[in-house]
Design a binder for this molecule. Sequence first.
Ligand code: ANZ
Ligand code: ZN
Length: 802
Amino acid sequence: MHDYQHKAIEKKWQEKWDEKECFKAYNDFTKPKYYPLVEFPYPSGQGLHVGHPRPYTALDIVARKRRLEGYNVLYTMGWDAFGLPTENYAIKNHIHPATVTEQNIIRFKEQLKSLGLSFDWSREINTTDPNYYKWTQWIFIKLFEHGLAYKKEMDINWCTSCKVGLANEEVVGGVCERCGGEVVKRSKSQWMLKITEYADRLIDDLDDLDYIERVKIQQKNWIGKSIGMEIDFKTTTDDILRVFTTRPDTIYGATYMVISPEHPLIREHADQIKNLEALNAYREEAKRKSDFERTEMNKDKTGVEIEGISAINPATQKEIPIWISDYVLMSYGTGAIMAVPGHDARDWDFAKEFNLPIVEVVSGGNVEEGAYTDNANGVIVNSDIINGLRVPEAKEKIASFLEEKGLGAKRVNFKLRDWVFSRQRYWGEPMPLVSCPTCGWVTIPESELPLTLPEVESYEPTDNGESPLATMKDWIETTCPKCGGPAHRETDTMPQWAGSSWYFLRYCDPFNDDAFASMESLNYWMPVDWYNGGMEHTTLHLLYSRFWHKFLFDIGAVNTKEPYAKRTSHGMILGENNEKMSKSRGNVVNPDDIIQEFGADTLRMYEMFIGDFEKSVPWSDNSVKGCRRFLDRVWHLQENIVEGTAYSKSLETLMHKTIKKVSEDYETLKFNTAIAALMTLLNEFKKVDHINEAEIKTFLIMLNPVSPHMTEEMWSVLGFEGMIVDQKWPQFDPEKVIDDVVEMAVQINGKVRSTITIAIDATAEDAHNLAMKDSKIIQFTEGKKIVKEIFVPGKIYNIVVK
Ligand code: ANZ
Ligand code: ZN
């Protein structure tokens, strides 16, 4: 017979699945449901990357298995299509971004279809479709109505190359996450979302979720909850300089203070300050640095002492100097710190640099050599009223002392900042807001949604930092929905994170015109049962969407307080030499080429077999070929099938074991070992003369989620009834997966004293452990010394005692 003809066969089954609507999620709310979700892609001009199929195939396996288990499965796809690369491409090539998006989507969809993913394409959504972003705007209006959206003049991260404001999360390693361009500070009036109001819940509710641990940790660190105190230091100008500290117990060691270069103290007391020029020069320099550069642990410490003003330490009553330095950020705490060089590493570096006094206040280290920071349970010294106490008690005592004197209060701080929600760009959702001279900011009525993007002449961002929409006079000028007077529209657009913050809700009911989804559909489908996505989205998309969802829950618009019951994450696929795939390195593998040459079933299997799903792995052409060879061997099994409705004796145990292994491994991201188990079973098939129908059927069903086309074809060629997608997932018999056991004689000094029932492949250690529980063996060994043990696997266990 001829080999597996992947081109014709894969196309045939893709058409058949489409035509028979095999993967449609039904609104039959009586059936058990399952909702697996993968992060929808940004349809870039580059098309699909070989990294994309990895998570998509993984959850496709779960989706296909669930359907065979009788679930109504919602597994679908959409497009996260607003965003800068499309806009930049549109500018360069003078095409409308909507046209670019449309073209990219066509290409992406074709590629995804050629992978044979079991998406319900009838639910496809696109964040740039006005019928979709109508509801993104609606949610924004709700946020605004509930006081969670506000406008604020602030220093923002400005990408000098994209010419756009960036959220903190979008600045990675001091540069723009998207383009790698230089990021500077710029003052701009921005729309903000109060995600900080949800900080505690975003941490606490993680406890009830089945998220992998590293995702939970990253979310917690990003939110960065710090429990401490705000303490007031008096200055010699009779002002109050308030600091935030997590270590009030070290206050006796505060030998100087540091304020952020942006701190208002300098502006407010310019006349008392003697070295204003030096300070201003330093402040100018700090402006050019990103927060990331400023707070890097190992950087050389810089700063300038404020001459003319100093502070009084409220505990020691000593006068201490005040410095400005860029390692203190205005955006955290109060923008001022009490510096404790004995026990804080950055303060220590700074004190050494500028010859400031270092005082030990927690014993156990050597503060002349370095800050003693690992002191959570240390004993306090040189600290008057708290001497001799351990750190936790000292914290409590000094807190009460300062509170009683009105000098301080307990305080919780978060690293998390409010979400900068404005972009001065064209290709995003218009903000549904108008500014009225009498009424202020007013949302447009729901009946006017969607507020569509107008056609503009040019999408070029402007250097004055305004959106291209700002040039559209006709569009901007409008009337106030409240008072009817002249007003103008907001010209900023929403960030790309907006549309992806709720898309999984739209999948539940994608064509609803009266709500983003009906409560009935949400009640049935939500929460998402299993969400898989990249680690790079843990602190951005995952946090943003949890925040929106919690808000929607609070206003009664959704039925669950969390959107995703379970979250897992995949590793990247790297180039052959273990580097990131990129055009510039010339190591990009195009999935189309692999599908063309080896077939989608091979690519799918390869990506699942390539290694630990959670780790990054280098691409390997050889392993691709290996997977194709395996599939070819499976294909040729057709030649050896005999009749039979039950597993044959010789294969029975292995069949049951394989079902158990594959079923469990598909659920726990161990796709590679599941495939290895199928390979072992195939080898056994090849050893025995014939395999029967029962065996091949089970084998094909188990392989189907990984390589769906070829398995369907074989099912059909072998004349089995229906399609695999209509079958049931095979079950194993627990009694038949137990390893073969033997009765093993246990000898003491050469005489058989007892027997143990033990697995045929048990080790000496297993035998020892079992024997030592046997009452007769205990009787003969008690109080004696075991001098030797002889173990013959599967045969005998002999113990020599003295
Ligand atoms: C005195 C002290 C003594 C501190 C000590 C630490 C150790 P987390 O845990 O990250 O919240 N700090 C406060 N505001 C700051 C700002 N705007 N920029 C830079 N650093 C700031 O860290 C809180 C600690 O970071 C605070 O506690 C403060 O230093 C510093 F042995 O106060 B600490
Ligand atoms: Zn008005």
